[in-house]
Design a protein around this ligand. Structure first.
Ligand SMILES: Cc1cc2nc3c(=O)[nH]c(=O)nc-3n(C[C@H](O)[C@H](O)[C@H](O)COP(=O)(O)OP(=O)(O)OC[C@H]3O[C@@H](n4cnc5c(N)ncnc54)[C@H](O)[C@@H]3O)c2cc1C
Length: 403
Protein backbone atom coordinates (compact mmCIF):
# COMPACT_ATOMS: atom_id res chain seq x y z
CA UNK A 1 0.00 0.00 0.00
CA UNK A 2 1.22 3.52 -0.70
CA UNK A 3 2.52 5.34 2.35
CA UNK A 4 0.18 8.31 2.00
CA UNK A 5 -2.88 6.12 1.43
CA UNK A 6 -1.89 4.08 4.47
CA UNK A 7 -1.56 7.23 6.59
CA UNK A 8 -4.89 8.55 5.32
CA UNK A 9 -6.64 5.27 6.06
CA UNK A 10 -5.12 4.76 9.49
CA UNK A 11 -5.72 8.42 10.36
CA UNK A 12 -9.35 8.15 9.29
CA UNK A 13 -10.06 4.91 11.10
CA UNK A 14 -8.36 6.03 14.31
CA UNK A 15 -10.43 9.20 14.37
CA UNK A 16 -13.64 7.30 13.60
CA UNK A 17 -12.90 4.61 16.18
CA UNK A 18 -12.45 7.29 18.83
CA UNK A 19 -16.02 8.45 18.17
CA UNK A 20 -17.42 4.91 17.76
CA UNK A 21 -18.36 5.31 14.08
CA UNK A 22 -17.46 3.24 11.02
CA UNK A 23 -15.24 5.26 8.61
CA UNK A 24 -17.05 6.63 5.58
CA UNK A 25 -15.31 5.65 2.33
CA UNK A 26 -14.93 8.77 0.18
CA UNK A 27 -14.17 8.45 -3.54
CA UNK A 28 -10.73 9.90 -4.09
CA UNK A 29 -10.76 13.14 -6.13
CA UNK A 30 -9.05 12.86 -9.52
CA UNK A 31 -5.66 14.60 -9.64
CA UNK A 32 -5.32 17.61 -11.92
CA UNK A 33 -2.17 16.23 -13.49
CA UNK A 34 -0.76 12.72 -13.82
CA UNK A 35 2.94 12.28 -14.60
CA UNK A 36 3.95 8.87 -15.95
CA UNK A 37 7.65 8.15 -15.37
CA UNK A 38 9.65 9.05 -12.24
CA UNK A 39 13.08 9.34 -13.87
CA UNK A 40 15.02 12.60 -14.03
CA UNK A 41 12.45 14.31 -16.25
CA UNK A 42 9.14 13.11 -14.80
CA UNK A 43 10.25 13.26 -11.18
CA UNK A 44 11.29 16.91 -11.32
CA UNK A 45 8.18 17.84 -13.31
CA UNK A 46 5.93 16.25 -10.69
CA UNK A 47 7.79 17.96 -7.85
CA UNK A 48 7.63 21.44 -9.41
CA UNK A 49 3.93 20.97 -10.23
CA UNK A 50 3.27 19.96 -6.65
CA UNK A 51 5.30 22.90 -5.33
CA UNK A 52 3.11 25.19 -7.48
CA UNK A 53 0.13 23.83 -5.58
CA UNK A 54 -1.35 21.39 -8.11
CA UNK A 55 -2.72 17.98 -7.20
CA UNK A 56 -0.36 15.57 -8.90
CA UNK A 57 -0.01 11.85 -9.18
CA UNK A 58 3.33 10.32 -10.18
CA UNK A 59 3.33 6.79 -11.57
CA UNK A 60 6.28 4.55 -12.41
CA UNK A 61 6.36 0.91 -13.46
CA UNK A 62 9.68 0.03 -11.80
CA UNK A 63 10.33 2.95 -9.41
CA UNK A 64 12.34 6.22 -9.46
CA UNK A 65 15.82 5.80 -10.99
CA UNK A 66 15.24 2.05 -11.46
CA UNK A 67 17.99 -0.14 -12.91
CA UNK A 68 16.31 -0.45 -16.34
CA UNK A 69 15.84 3.29 -16.84
CA UNK A 70 18.08 5.93 -18.38
CA UNK A 71 18.40 7.51 -14.91
CA UNK A 72 19.84 4.27 -13.50
CA UNK A 73 23.19 4.00 -11.80
CA UNK A 74 25.44 5.95 -9.52
CA UNK A 75 26.49 9.15 -11.22
CA UNK A 76 26.03 11.63 -14.05
CA UNK A 77 28.18 14.52 -15.13
CA UNK A 78 27.07 18.11 -14.78
CA UNK A 79 29.06 20.01 -17.40
CA UNK A 80 28.57 23.39 -19.01
CA UNK A 81 30.59 22.64 -22.19
CA UNK A 82 28.16 22.50 -25.10
CA UNK A 83 30.00 24.06 -28.05
CA UNK A 84 27.75 26.80 -29.42
CA UNK A 85 24.53 25.39 -27.88
CA UNK A 86 24.34 28.24 -25.43
CA UNK A 87 20.94 27.36 -23.95
CA UNK A 88 22.34 24.17 -22.42
CA UNK A 89 25.41 25.96 -21.03
CA UNK A 90 23.13 28.57 -19.48
CA UNK A 91 20.86 25.89 -18.06
CA UNK A 92 23.83 23.89 -16.71
CA UNK A 93 25.06 26.93 -14.79
CA UNK A 94 21.62 27.56 -13.27
CA UNK A 95 21.13 23.80 -12.71
CA UNK A 96 24.34 23.64 -10.65
CA UNK A 97 23.11 26.44 -8.39
CA UNK A 98 19.74 24.70 -8.00
CA UNK A 99 21.29 21.31 -7.22
CA UNK A 100 23.32 22.98 -4.46
CA UNK A 101 20.17 24.58 -3.02
CA UNK A 102 18.31 21.25 -3.03
CA UNK A 103 21.24 19.49 -1.39
CA UNK A 104 21.10 22.05 1.42
CA UNK A 105 17.30 21.85 1.66
CA UNK A 106 17.22 18.03 1.75
CA UNK A 107 20.45 17.66 3.78
CA UNK A 108 21.59 14.97 1.38
CA UNK A 109 24.81 14.83 -0.65
CA UNK A 110 23.95 14.79 -4.35
CA UNK A 111 26.89 16.65 -5.90
CA UNK A 112 30.66 16.26 -6.05
CA UNK A 113 32.31 19.34 -7.53
CA UNK A 114 35.22 17.86 -9.46
CA UNK A 115 35.87 20.33 -12.29
CA UNK A 116 36.23 19.04 -15.83
CA UNK A 117 39.23 18.77 -18.16
CA UNK A 118 38.93 18.03 -21.87
CA UNK A 119 42.21 16.75 -23.30
CA UNK A 120 42.53 17.26 -27.03
CA UNK A 121 44.91 16.82 -29.96
CA UNK A 122 44.15 20.37 -31.07
CA UNK A 123 42.11 23.46 -30.20
CA UNK A 124 38.97 22.45 -32.12
CA UNK A 125 36.07 24.61 -33.33
CA UNK A 126 33.90 23.03 -30.59
CA UNK A 127 36.38 23.94 -27.85
CA UNK A 128 36.61 27.46 -29.26
CA UNK A 129 32.80 27.78 -29.30
CA UNK A 130 32.53 26.41 -25.76
CA UNK A 131 35.09 28.92 -24.51
CA UNK A 132 33.35 31.80 -26.27
CA UNK A 133 29.97 30.85 -24.75
CA UNK A 134 31.34 30.32 -21.24
CA UNK A 135 33.28 33.61 -21.37
CA UNK A 136 30.08 35.34 -22.47
CA UNK A 137 28.17 33.76 -19.56
CA UNK A 138 30.89 34.72 -17.09
CA UNK A 139 31.72 31.08 -16.27
CA UNK A 140 35.33 30.54 -15.19
CA UNK A 141 37.13 28.42 -17.78
CA UNK A 142 40.64 28.15 -19.13
CA UNK A 143 42.57 26.99 -22.15
CA UNK A 144 45.47 24.96 -20.75
CA UNK A 145 48.63 24.38 -22.75
CA UNK A 146 50.54 21.10 -22.85
CA UNK A 147 53.32 22.00 -20.36
CA UNK A 148 50.76 23.06 -17.77
CA UNK A 149 48.70 19.89 -18.39
CA UNK A 150 51.79 17.79 -17.63
CA UNK A 151 52.26 19.60 -14.34
CA UNK A 152 48.60 19.42 -13.30
CA UNK A 153 47.63 15.94 -14.48
CA UNK A 154 50.46 13.44 -13.97
CA UNK A 155 47.82 10.66 -13.81
CA UNK A 156 47.18 10.96 -17.56
CA UNK A 157 49.25 9.81 -20.51
CA UNK A 158 49.36 12.97 -22.58
CA UNK A 159 50.87 11.44 -25.73
CA UNK A 160 49.11 13.08 -28.67
CA UNK A 161 47.50 15.74 -26.46
CA UNK A 162 48.45 19.33 -27.22
CA UNK A 163 45.88 21.37 -25.33
CA UNK A 164 43.15 21.15 -22.72
CA UNK A 165 40.06 23.03 -21.64
CA UNK A 166 39.35 23.35 -17.93
CA UNK A 167 36.02 24.28 -16.30
CA UNK A 168 36.26 24.22 -12.50
CA UNK A 169 32.60 24.76 -11.63
CA UNK A 170 31.33 21.41 -12.90
CA UNK A 171 31.06 18.02 -11.29
CA UNK A 172 29.26 14.76 -10.73
CA UNK A 173 25.67 14.27 -9.57
CA UNK A 174 24.36 11.23 -7.71
CA UNK A 175 21.89 9.87 -10.25
CA UNK A 176 19.62 7.13 -8.87
CA UNK A 177 19.85 8.72 -5.44
CA UNK A 178 18.82 12.05 -6.94
CA UNK A 179 15.68 10.46 -8.43
CA UNK A 180 14.84 8.90 -5.06
CA UNK A 181 15.41 12.25 -3.31
CA UNK A 182 13.08 14.02 -5.76
CA UNK A 183 10.33 11.39 -5.35
CA UNK A 184 10.74 11.56 -1.61
CA UNK A 185 10.40 15.38 -1.64
CA UNK A 186 7.35 15.03 -3.90
CA UNK A 187 5.63 12.74 -1.38
CA UNK A 188 6.60 14.92 1.56
CA UNK A 189 4.97 17.84 -0.26
CA UNK A 190 1.74 15.86 -0.47
CA UNK A 191 2.15 14.33 -3.94
CA UNK A 192 1.03 10.76 -4.48
CA UNK A 193 3.41 8.21 -5.97
CA UNK A 194 2.21 4.85 -7.29
CA UNK A 195 4.36 2.00 -8.54
CA UNK A 196 2.42 0.57 -11.50
CA UNK A 197 2.58 0.18 -15.25
CA UNK A 198 0.34 2.79 -16.90
CA UNK A 199 -1.36 2.59 -20.29
CA UNK A 200 -3.44 5.29 -22.01
CA UNK A 201 -7.07 4.20 -22.10
CA UNK A 202 -10.16 6.25 -22.98
CA UNK A 203 -9.89 9.07 -25.51
CA UNK A 204 -12.71 11.49 -26.37
CA UNK A 205 -12.91 14.84 -28.15
CA UNK A 206 -9.18 14.98 -28.85
CA UNK A 207 -8.36 14.43 -25.18
CA UNK A 208 -7.14 11.54 -23.10
CA UNK A 209 -9.67 10.82 -20.38
CA UNK A 210 -8.15 7.92 -18.45
CA UNK A 211 -5.14 5.72 -17.84
CA UNK A 212 -5.31 2.10 -16.81
CA UNK A 213 -2.81 0.90 -14.23
CA UNK A 214 -1.46 -2.62 -13.81
CA UNK A 215 -3.03 -2.54 -10.33
CA UNK A 216 -6.44 -2.56 -12.07
CA UNK A 217 -7.12 1.07 -11.18
CA UNK A 218 -8.42 3.60 -13.71
CA UNK A 219 -7.04 7.12 -13.28
CA UNK A 220 -8.51 10.26 -14.79
CA UNK A 221 -6.94 13.74 -14.83
CA UNK A 222 -7.13 17.06 -16.64
CA UNK A 223 -3.62 16.70 -18.08
CA UNK A 224 -1.16 13.87 -18.52
CA UNK A 225 2.62 14.15 -18.85
CA UNK A 226 4.39 11.12 -20.27
CA UNK A 227 8.08 11.13 -19.28
CA UNK A 228 8.77 7.53 -20.26
CA UNK A 229 12.41 7.83 -21.35
CA UNK A 230 13.30 4.91 -23.66
CA UNK A 231 9.81 3.42 -23.23
CA UNK A 232 8.36 6.27 -25.31
CA UNK A 233 8.89 4.27 -28.48
CA UNK A 234 6.62 1.53 -27.10
CA UNK A 235 4.09 3.90 -25.55
CA UNK A 236 3.60 6.10 -28.65
CA UNK A 237 5.08 4.10 -31.54
CA UNK A 238 3.40 6.10 -34.33
CA UNK A 239 4.23 9.54 -32.97
CA UNK A 240 7.62 8.98 -31.34
CA UNK A 241 8.93 5.74 -32.88
CA UNK A 242 10.44 7.41 -35.97
CA UNK A 243 11.76 10.39 -33.99
CA UNK A 244 13.70 8.57 -31.30
CA UNK A 245 16.63 6.20 -31.44
CA UNK A 246 17.62 3.97 -28.53
CA UNK A 247 21.29 3.19 -28.01
CA UNK A 248 22.86 0.72 -25.66
CA UNK A 249 25.53 2.44 -23.55
CA UNK A 250 28.04 0.59 -21.39
CA UNK A 251 29.74 2.07 -18.32
CA UNK A 252 32.78 0.57 -16.58
CA UNK A 253 34.19 1.06 -13.07
CA UNK A 254 37.88 0.21 -12.89
CA UNK A 255 39.60 -0.27 -9.51
CA UNK A 256 42.12 2.41 -8.56
CA UNK A 257 45.55 1.29 -7.27
CA UNK A 258 45.57 0.69 -3.52
CA UNK A 259 48.45 3.06 -2.73
CA UNK A 260 47.58 5.79 -5.22
CA UNK A 261 44.68 8.18 -4.67
CA UNK A 262 45.41 10.41 -7.69
CA UNK A 263 42.41 8.95 -9.51
CA UNK A 264 39.95 9.49 -6.68
CA UNK A 265 37.86 12.53 -5.75
CA UNK A 266 39.02 15.27 -5.05
CA UNK A 267 42.40 14.59 -6.70
CA UNK A 268 41.11 13.92 -10.20
CA UNK A 269 38.63 15.91 -12.30
CA UNK A 270 36.03 14.48 -14.66
CA UNK A 271 37.66 14.23 -18.04
CA UNK A 272 37.34 13.52 -21.75
CA UNK A 273 40.27 11.94 -23.53
CA UNK A 274 40.69 9.70 -26.59
CA UNK A 275 36.94 9.41 -27.20
CA UNK A 276 36.11 8.30 -23.66
CA UNK A 277 34.77 10.33 -20.75
CA UNK A 278 35.49 9.48 -17.15
CA UNK A 279 34.87 10.40 -13.54
CA UNK A 280 37.23 10.03 -10.59
CA UNK A 281 36.50 7.26 -8.13
CA UNK A 282 33.74 8.60 -5.89
CA UNK A 283 32.65 6.88 -2.68
CA UNK A 284 35.08 4.05 -3.48
CA UNK A 285 33.27 2.94 -6.65
CA UNK A 286 36.35 2.92 -8.86
CA UNK A 287 37.22 5.20 -11.77
CA UNK A 288 34.21 5.42 -14.10
CA UNK A 289 34.75 5.18 -17.84
CA UNK A 290 32.08 5.86 -20.44
CA UNK A 291 33.19 5.11 -23.99
CA UNK A 292 31.22 6.68 -26.85
CA UNK A 293 31.27 3.36 -28.74
CA UNK A 294 27.97 2.90 -30.51
CA UNK A 295 26.76 -0.56 -29.63
CA UNK A 296 23.30 -0.78 -31.16
CA UNK A 297 19.78 -0.74 -29.75
CA UNK A 298 18.58 -1.91 -26.33
CA UNK A 299 15.04 -2.86 -25.33
CA UNK A 300 14.47 -1.20 -21.92
CA UNK A 301 12.36 -4.10 -20.58
CA UNK A 302 14.08 -7.19 -21.94
CA UNK A 303 17.52 -6.06 -23.17
CA UNK A 304 20.59 -7.89 -21.82
CA UNK A 305 22.57 -5.70 -19.40
CA UNK A 306 25.87 -7.54 -19.49
CA UNK A 307 28.94 -6.17 -21.25
CA UNK A 308 30.72 -8.24 -23.90
CA UNK A 309 34.21 -9.78 -23.57
CA UNK A 310 35.30 -7.51 -26.43
CA UNK A 311 34.15 -4.41 -24.54
CA UNK A 312 36.04 -5.58 -21.42
CA UNK A 313 39.19 -6.08 -23.47
CA UNK A 314 38.85 -2.65 -25.09
CA UNK A 315 38.24 -0.85 -21.80
CA UNK A 316 41.29 -2.47 -20.18
CA UNK A 317 43.38 -1.44 -23.18
CA UNK A 318 42.07 2.09 -23.01
CA UNK A 319 42.58 2.37 -19.25
CA UNK A 320 46.16 1.13 -19.36
CA UNK A 321 47.03 3.51 -22.18
CA UNK A 322 45.25 6.70 -21.08
CA UNK A 323 45.74 6.32 -17.30
CA UNK A 324 48.84 4.12 -16.91
CA UNK A 325 48.39 3.38 -13.19
CA UNK A 326 45.19 1.51 -14.08
CA UNK A 327 47.14 -1.19 -15.96
CA UNK A 328 46.33 -4.55 -14.39
CA UNK A 329 43.59 -3.15 -12.14
CA UNK A 330 40.36 -5.13 -11.95
CA UNK A 331 37.02 -4.19 -13.44
CA UNK A 332 34.85 -3.68 -10.35
CA UNK A 333 31.46 -3.12 -11.90
CA UNK A 334 29.70 -2.54 -15.21
CA UNK A 335 26.33 -1.13 -16.20
CA UNK A 336 24.42 -1.13 -19.47
CA UNK A 337 21.69 1.48 -19.96
CA UNK A 338 19.47 2.72 -22.79
CA UNK A 339 20.07 6.20 -24.14
CA UNK A 340 17.21 7.93 -25.98
CA UNK A 341 18.30 10.29 -28.74
CA UNK A 342 16.25 12.77 -30.74
CA UNK A 343 17.19 13.65 -34.32
CA UNK A 344 18.92 16.87 -33.22
CA UNK A 345 19.93 15.91 -29.63
CA UNK A 346 17.46 18.49 -28.27
CA UNK A 347 14.98 17.41 -25.62
CA UNK A 348 11.35 16.96 -26.64
CA UNK A 349 8.60 18.84 -24.82
CA UNK A 350 5.41 19.05 -26.85
CA UNK A 351 1.75 18.18 -26.93
CA UNK A 352 0.70 14.89 -28.45
CA UNK A 353 -0.42 15.83 -31.99
CA UNK A 354 -3.87 14.25 -31.49
CA UNK A 355 -4.45 14.64 -27.74
CA UNK A 356 -4.35 18.22 -26.56
CA UNK A 357 -4.09 17.38 -22.83
CA UNK A 358 -1.21 14.94 -23.31
CA UNK A 359 2.39 16.21 -23.03
CA UNK A 360 5.34 14.25 -24.33
CA UNK A 361 8.58 14.82 -22.43
CA UNK A 362 11.80 13.02 -23.23
CA UNK A 363 14.78 12.48 -25.55
CA UNK A 364 17.44 13.05 -22.89
CA UNK A 365 19.95 12.35 -25.68
CA UNK A 366 22.77 11.43 -23.32
CA UNK A 367 22.87 14.79 -21.53
CA UNK A 368 19.52 15.19 -19.81
CA UNK A 369 20.11 14.21 -16.21
CA UNK A 370 21.71 17.45 -15.01
CA UNK A 371 18.96 19.44 -16.75
CA UNK A 372 16.02 17.60 -15.14
CA UNK A 373 16.06 20.25 -12.42
CA UNK A 374 15.57 22.98 -15.08
CA UNK A 375 13.39 21.05 -17.50
CA UNK A 376 10.89 19.99 -14.83
CA UNK A 377 10.32 23.64 -13.91
CA UNK A 378 9.91 24.62 -17.55
CA UNK A 379 7.48 21.73 -18.25
CA UNK A 380 5.43 22.52 -15.14
CA UNK A 381 4.99 26.07 -16.47
CA UNK A 382 3.99 24.88 -19.94
CA UNK A 383 1.56 22.22 -18.85
CA UNK A 384 -0.27 24.68 -16.61
CA UNK A 385 -0.41 27.44 -19.25
CA UNK A 386 2.08 29.76 -17.54
CA UNK A 387 4.49 31.89 -19.59
CA UNK A 388 7.59 30.17 -21.00
CA UNK A 389 10.43 31.33 -23.24
CA UNK A 390 9.26 30.98 -26.91
CA UNK A 391 12.82 30.17 -27.93
CA UNK A 392 12.79 27.13 -25.63
CA UNK A 393 9.32 26.13 -26.85
CA UNK A 394 10.66 26.09 -30.42
CA UNK A 395 13.86 24.26 -29.47
CA UNK A 396 12.00 21.45 -27.70
CA UNK A 397 9.10 21.04 -30.17
CA UNK A 398 8.48 17.72 -31.87
CA UNK A 399 10.38 18.18 -35.13
CA UNK A 400 9.31 16.96 -38.56
CA UNK A 401 12.59 15.12 -39.14
CA UNK A 402 12.82 11.39 -38.49
CA UNK A 403 15.68 8.91 -38.22
C1 LIG B 1 24.97 5.68 -20.04
C2 LIG B 1 24.39 7.04 -19.93
C3 LIG B 1 25.19 8.08 -19.51
C4 LIG B 1 24.66 9.36 -19.36
N1 LIG B 1 25.47 10.35 -18.92
C5 LIG B 1 24.93 11.56 -18.63
C6 LIG B 1 25.71 12.55 -17.99
O1 LIG B 1 26.88 12.34 -17.69
N2 LIG B 1 25.10 13.74 -17.70
C7 LIG B 1 23.80 13.99 -17.98
O2 LIG B 1 23.31 15.07 -17.67
N3 LIG B 1 23.02 13.05 -18.60
C8 LIG B 1 23.55 11.86 -18.90
N4 LIG B 1 22.80 10.88 -19.48
C9 LIG B 1 21.40 11.18 -19.86
C10 LIG B 1 20.45 11.11 -18.70
O3 LIG B 1 20.77 10.05 -17.83
C11 LIG B 1 19.03 10.95 -19.26
O4 LIG B 1 18.79 12.00 -20.19
C12 LIG B 1 17.97 11.03 -18.19
O5 LIG B 1 18.26 10.18 -17.11
C13 LIG B 1 16.63 10.65 -18.81
O6 LIG B 1 15.63 10.63 -17.83
P1 LIG B 1 14.12 10.30 -18.24
O7 LIG B 1 13.31 10.69 -17.06
O8 LIG B 1 13.78 10.93 -19.55
O9 LIG B 1 14.07 8.74 -18.52
P2 LIG B 1 14.15 7.49 -17.51
O10 LIG B 1 15.13 7.73 -16.43
O11 LIG B 1 14.36 6.28 -18.35
O12 LIG B 1 12.73 7.46 -16.84
C14 LIG B 1 11.58 6.95 -17.50
C15 LIG B 1 10.72 6.30 -16.44
O13 LIG B 1 9.45 6.00 -17.01
C16 LIG B 1 8.99 4.81 -16.43
N5 LIG B 1 7.99 4.26 -17.34
C17 LIG B 1 8.13 4.02 -18.67
N6 LIG B 1 7.00 3.54 -19.20
C18 LIG B 1 6.10 3.49 -18.19
C19 LIG B 1 4.74 3.08 -18.11
N7 LIG B 1 4.06 2.65 -19.17
N8 LIG B 1 4.11 3.15 -16.90
C20 LIG B 1 4.78 3.60 -15.79
N9 LIG B 1 6.07 3.98 -15.84
C21 LIG B 1 6.72 3.93 -17.02
C22 LIG B 1 10.24 3.94 -16.29
O14 LIG B 1 10.12 2.94 -15.31
C23 LIG B 1 11.29 4.99 -15.93
O15 LIG B 1 11.51 5.07 -14.52
C24 LIG B 1 23.30 9.60 -19.67
C25 LIG B 1 22.48 8.55 -20.10
C26 LIG B 1 23.01 7.28 -20.22
C27 LIG B 1 22.11 6.16 -20.64
Amino acid sequence: MERRTFLQLTGASLGAAAFGRAPAIQPEPAPEIVVVGAGAFGGWTALYLREMGHSVRLIDAYGPGNARSSSAGETRQIRASYGDREIYSRWAVEALARWKRREAEWERRLLYQTGQITLSREWTATLHATKTVLDHLGVENERVERAELEYRYPQFNLDGVSVGHWVPSTGVLKCREGCLAVADAFERRGGRFTMALAAPNQRAGGRLRTLTLSTGETVSAQSFVFACGPWHVKMFPEVLGPKLRLNRRAIFFVGTPKEDNRLSFPNCPTFVTRGVYGFPSIEGKGLKLGPYWDTGPLDPDTGDRTVTPDEVRRIHEFAAEALPSLAGQPLLETRVSPRTNSVDAHFIVDRHPELENVWLLGAGSGHGYKHGIMLGDYVAHRVTGRATDPMLDATFRLKEETF
